[in-house]
Design a protein around this ligand. Sequence first.
Ligand SMILES: C[S@@+](CC[C@H](N)C(=O)[O-])C[C@H]1O[C@@H](n2cnc3c(N)ncnc32)[C@H](O)[C@@H]1O
Length: 293
Amino acid sequence: MIQATTVRDCVAQARARLEQAGVDSPALSAEILTAHVLGMRRLDILVHADKAVAAPDLARIQECVERRAAGEPVAYLLGEKEFFGYDFYVDRFTLVPRPETELLIEAVQSIFPRDAAFQFADLGTGSGCIAVTLALEFPGAQGCALDLSEGALAVAQKNAERHGVASRVEMRHADFGSDFAPEASLDLIVSNPPYVSEDEYAEVSVEVADFEPKTALVPAEGEGRSDGLECVRRLAPHVARLLRPGGWFLMEYGWKQGPAVAEILGAVSEFQTVKICKDLAGLDRYVVAQKRV
Ligand SMILES: C[S@@+](CC[C@H](N)C(=O)[O-])C[C@H]1O[C@@H](n2cnc3c(N)ncnc32)[C@H](O)[C@@H]1O
């Protein structure tokens, strides 16, 4: 029970509660949640350390701290997560955007100049973080973003509007394995599909298992227990057809999946090159494939 009178006490008691609950980064979480409820920036906590905290704010901080203690990710408590320097709304219909996914954006930047006009698709858009960031980073780009989850698409649409790119990113409620753009000849297809196997899912933290949508993590495509690669197998020949000659396919996958992803994409004759790329920890993380010209 938080019984603080000042901002300083409040942060200290929130931190003690989160330490006791064993969550990661208790001090940081205590500061972020307190600042969020009080409508301050985190750094302002120091400036206003002696300020009194009103009872209704205390009750809201208490509620946030208890939810965090139960494992709820900070991003859901704030309703926001930063991705590539932009703030994105998130809720429990969407995966919390991960820093490693930013590598896909950097990879696109190494292919297309900022002023390029190109057509793209983002398969499994979730919060829309990839599609919206591409539209922001490439003012001449136009794309569509697909998801099977209507809840996720609503959040993605809000994010496109928030960042002023809704006219260039069309949200579509569709299966990414369907012929969602039969007449298209796309320059770029990007995807961070579900790629966690059932065995790996059994080991994920409470934060992930109890709060993030399983449909965003584990492929629902195949029969039986997922090995995590069903989406890749399904997407590989499909995206090759949708790309224009010389078009690009970039996809994130799990760090143990590099050799399997290389084999699956390598077997698709339309691809001229398939490059397995590593993240900052040196682990296989995403693939860059180019269709034959
Ligand atoms: C790993 S999340 C990625 C979300 C977001 N792109 C990101 O990087 O944070 C995968 C997303 O794919 C969606 N999804 C799963 N299977 C799908 C399918 N067959 N067709 C369309 N979307 C699908 C899920 O609802 C989820 O939003």
